[in-house]
Ligand binder design. Structure first.
Ligand code: PMP
Length: 443
């Protein structure tokens, strides 16, 4: 999910890669550790674990309860929910876990059609198409939207699924400096003249691809400025809202709502259901013509088994809760809570002297470790104190920009957050990652 996947990685596949692989062999317990519960605020983490099968570590299934600061469960829908769960169980009984068919061959249940209408309405576009996986939504749909003779201009820190989709499309790919509209304009200006009509340009089509909240940076997209540049050069915009849909905006409608952008100005809105909705799958929302075209041509629609009905039901029900259509105000409360929790946690971490990336309101907050050797120390010391964190390293980030990525949820209580902060503070001192002077505590 970073610039290196756009072209930096091959340069590193020498000595650095060798050392990184050796390092990873030693920290097998920090990645892929199994959990034995739903990814809610507290999780059961398997205690003695290594994913290196050659190691003689005695594996156990004993678990310990840990505060979960790593899952994308932004609104807390990953846990049993009084409105969603009974409906999901009902759908499981009625439709079974799988449709055992592609969308065009009997794999479209009434839940699938309802879901597409519901998603289009929720994100504010005329129509939508859903697929069984967020990753596939980018990697399989971008190549349907653009191909040889087209130009994709991609943010340097876009997710790997976008990188894969862009590469697989056969279009020419150019990268612009992360979240820098002026550089996007420079790249566009190199390719076409301002105001040149689409039909007279050297490119059949130009698509600019950005994310709403960057998954490894926790940063909000400078969407209004990016749209201004795209309009000036008549480029289409493609916005991946995996981490922002449901998580930000007054009614959970993502960065457009938060930043006051008209959804009509974003040509293709993409998102996943694996974060705020506690389910799986992805969507594209766009004009009726684009969605109809995708339904006839997209391989992930034509040849892949459709999204599991209980997963579709979970998305439908969680959107109903967010919109207050369950007859309660729980959705609004969850949205207020995620915002409050995120802003509290971020400001407390900053006061302690950590280098925290990202913007206010974003539930994603990377704490910079820099040195990859600090990954196992940070991860293990937190786990010893019953706090589970996610650490991210090369190739998901550049080699010397390792980080711990905290994801805050509406299901965290204030006590949970205080416990998390205490532990991170202790471990931060131990590992030496408080790079700024701490603010004096108020009495
Ligand atoms: N886009 C972005 C920005 C992501 O961060 C991710 C994964 N976290 C995906 C797409 C892929 O989504 P999924 O995990 O739902 O397949």
């Amino acid at each position: 999910s970073s610039s290196n996947l756009h072209g930096y990685a091959p340069i590193c596949l020498g000595l650095e890669d060798f050392y990184v692989r050796r390092l990873y062999l030693r920290i097998q317990d920090c990645f892929g550790r199994p959990i034995a519960s739903a990814p809610d605020a507290w999780i059961d983490v398997v205690e003695r674990y290594s994913n290196d099968y050659n190691k003689t570590l005695k594996r156990t299934t004993n678990t310990s309860k840990c505060l979960n600061l790593g899952s994308y469960n932004y609104l807390g829908f990953a846990a049993a929910d009084e409105y969603c769960t009974p409906r999901v169980i009902e759908s499981l009984k009625r439709f079974s876990p799988s449709t055992c068919s592609t969308r065009v061959d009997g794999g479209t249940t009434i839940l699938h059609t309802q879901l597409e209408e519901c998603v289009a309405r929720f994100v504010g576009k005329p129509a939508a198409i859903v697929t069984g996986m967020g990753y596939v939504t980018n990697s399989a749909i971008l190549p349907v939207l653009i191909g040889k003779g087209g130009l994709i201009i991609s943010d340097s820190l876009n997710h790997n699924s976008i990188v894969n989709g862009a590469r697989g499309s056969g279009a020419t790919v150019r990268v612009f400096q992360h979240n820098t509209p002026s550089h996007l304009e420079e790249v566009l200006r190199e390719q076409i003249a301002e105001g040149q009509p689409r039909t007279r340009r050297p490119w059949k089509k130009i698509i600019v691809v950005v994310e709403g909240i960057y998954s490894m940076e926790g940063e909000l997209c400078k969407l209004p400025e990016i749209i201004t540049v795209c309009k000036k050069y008549k480029a289409y915009t493609y916005l991946d809202e995996a981490h922002s849909i449901g998580a930000v905006g007054k009614t959970g409608r993502g960065v457009c709502e938060l930043l006051g952008v008209d959804t009509a100005d974003v040509d293709i809105m993409m998102g996943t259901f694996t974060k705020s909705f506690g389910s799986c799958g992805g969507y594209i929302a766009a004009s009726k013509e684009v969605i109809e075209y995708l339904k006839y041509t997209c391989p992930a629609h034509l040849y892949a088994t459709s999204i599991s009905p209980p997963a579709a039901q979970q998305i439908l029900s969680s959107i109903q809760v967010i919109l207050g259509e369950d007859g309660s105000s729980r959705g609004a409360q969850k949205l207020a809570r995620i915002r409050e929790n995120s802003n509290f946690f971020r400001s407390e971490l900053q006061k302690m002297g950590f280098e925290v990336l990202g913007d206010n309101d974003s539930p994603v907050m990377p704490i910079m470790l820099y040195n990859p050797a600090k990954i196992p120390a940070f991860s293990r010391e937190c786990l010893k104190r019953n706090v589970a964190v996610v650490t991210v390293a090369f190739p998901a980030t550049p080699l010397l920009l390792a980080r711990a990525r905290i994801c805050i949820s509406a299901s965290h209580t204030r006590e949970d957050l205080i416990k998390g902060l205490e532990v991170i503070s202790q471990v931060g001192d131990l590992v030496g990652i408080k790079y700024f002077p701490a603010e004096p505590k108020k009495q």
